[in-house]
Design a protein around this ligand. Structure first.
Ligand code: UD1
Length: 413
């Protein structure tokens, strides 16, 4: 429940990145030693992944509030059941490591999700190129390989988890693997750095050509997860839309150039360094058009939040979504709050209105929920957001962090 109208003011810390922590947790499957991880965010997606790893035989221990240790010396069950995979597509990230370490894996196909079909054909194609035998049967990917062999893989499109799966598998393969058309997201670099700390030989992460020289085994390591650039961007948008002034700590401006550039275009004054970001919003934002594309271009995971800020900006903006085919579900909910949005296929035209009005709205996916929170913060009166379990998948204690910045927000039953 949000009572809108308060500008966000103050300082808040950003949590560890969900999309870096998830593949890094899966990297623990690659070796029988202990992986000690810091800055792992407390999120439902992380708990789901830990449960999934736990039922495979990985022993997880909390070490203080922020650190986790994972011990996969007793890994015995290379199986990811549908019940777990269906709640979180990132579960497919166990496929590469399981196959590389155990020589077999049975992982449920994730199926579609609200924002689009999201197949995993590129993960499968890459592993087959490395010599895996793969059957898709009964909704499961059954994969076997005596030992994976290095290969040159050219993916048909840029895929983040696909690149991560192949990079992990390649680190235990025989010989060199080259992944062409690799995703360049900072989370890929973070995973690569963790794998390197575990003894992997990886060059080129962060470019579109990654070379992995496989080894016989990896070893334990200690690693700290990077800051969440999408949480960072979401708080920047919330402060911008509410006419506020905030400082975000434990995050880096270098992770979100394209987002900061758009916020500056909207009229915000932003000072960023490698450990904090300060934003001061103008009286009223200017509308900003954008097109989503793989990193370093504008992230699809920030599209919904920018739609929300354009709803109350001065002028009209054109938003093009090029990654997922059905990622405008937040638009109809924003329209319930009084926004002026027209959708035509993958394009949304948003014309700013002076004010939104609070209403009951429904969250449909993770980032859509974030856009409704931003809209609720600027709307007149009360906005009740239902199905906030989507938010808890990806934002750590969001209502506490917003309240610390002066928002009137509370969790209600
Ligand atoms: C990751 C992120 C997600 C983000 C997305 C795009 C994680 C855990 N999730 O998701 O938050 O929105 O990147 O930045 O890191 N595709 C195929 N075949 C494949 C793989 C992908 O057709 O085998 C398509 C997808 O349907 C989509 C596009 O490629 O249209 C990009 O998807 P991908 O980068 O794989 O997204 P995820 O890794 O699932």
């Amino acid at each position: 429940m949000i009572e809108g109208g308060e500008p966000l003011v103050g300082e808040v810390g950003v949590s560890g990145a969900k999309n870096a922590a998830l593949p890094i947790l899966c990297a623990s499957l690659l070796c029988p030693d202990t992986l000690r991880l810091g800055n792992v965010p407390h999120l439902n997606d992380i708990s789901t992944m830990l449960r999934l790893l736990g039922q495979m035989g990985v022993v997880v221990a909390m070490d203080g509030n922020e650190a986790l240790t994972l011990d996969s010396s007793g890994l015995s069950n290379p199986f990811a059941p549908y019940d777990m995979v269906k709640t979180m597509r990132a579960s497919i990230l166990v496929l590469g490591p399981l196959l590389a370490r155990c020589g077999e894996a049975r992982v449920s196909l994730p199926g579609g999700c609200a924002i689009g079909a999201r197949p995993v054909d590129q993960h499968i194609k890459g592993l087959q190129a490395m010599g895996a035998e793969i059957r898709v049967e009964g909704g499961y990917v059954h994969a076997t390989a005596k030992r994976l062999k290095g290969a040159r893989i050219v993916t048909d499109m840029v895929t983040v988890t696909g690149t991560e799966n192949l990079m992990m598998a390649a680190s235990l393969a025989e010989g060199e693997t080259v992944i062409e058309n690799a995703a360049r997201e900072p989370e890929i670099v973070d995973l690569a750095n963790c794998l390197i700390a575990m003894g992997a030989d990886i060059v080129g992460a962060g470019t579109d050509r990654i070379c992995v020289r496989g080894g016989e085994r990896l070893h334990g390591a200690a690693y700290s997860v990077m800051p969440d650039r999408i949480e960072t961007g979401t708080f920047l948008c919330a402060a911008a839309a509410s006419g506020g002034e905030i400082t975000l700590t434990h995050t880096s401006a270098a992770l979100l150039d394209s987002v900061i550039e758009k916020l500056r275009e909207a009229g915000c004054v932003i000072d960023g360094s490698t450990d904090s970001i300060h934003l001061k919003a103008p009286q009223r934002l200017k509308a900003v058009s954008l097109r989503t594309a793989p990193y370093p271009a504008f992230p699809t995971d920030m599209q919904a939040q920018f739609m929300a800020i354009n709803c109350v900006a001065d002028g009209s903006a054109v938003i093009r979504e090029t990654i997922f085919e059905n990622r405008f579900m937040h638009a109809v909910e924003l329209i319930r709050l009084g926004a002026d949005i027209r959708i035509d296929a993958n394009t949304a035209v948003v014309t700013g209105v002076p004010k939104l009005d609070g209403a009951t709205v429904m969250a449909t996916d993770l980032r859509a929920s974030a856009s409704l929170v931003i809209a609720g913060l600027v709307a007149r009166g009360q906005t009740l957001i239902e199905r906030i379990y989507h938010l808890d998948r990806g934002y750590e204690r969001i209502e506490e962090k917003l309240a610390r910045l002066g928002a009137r927000v509370r969790r209600v039953r």
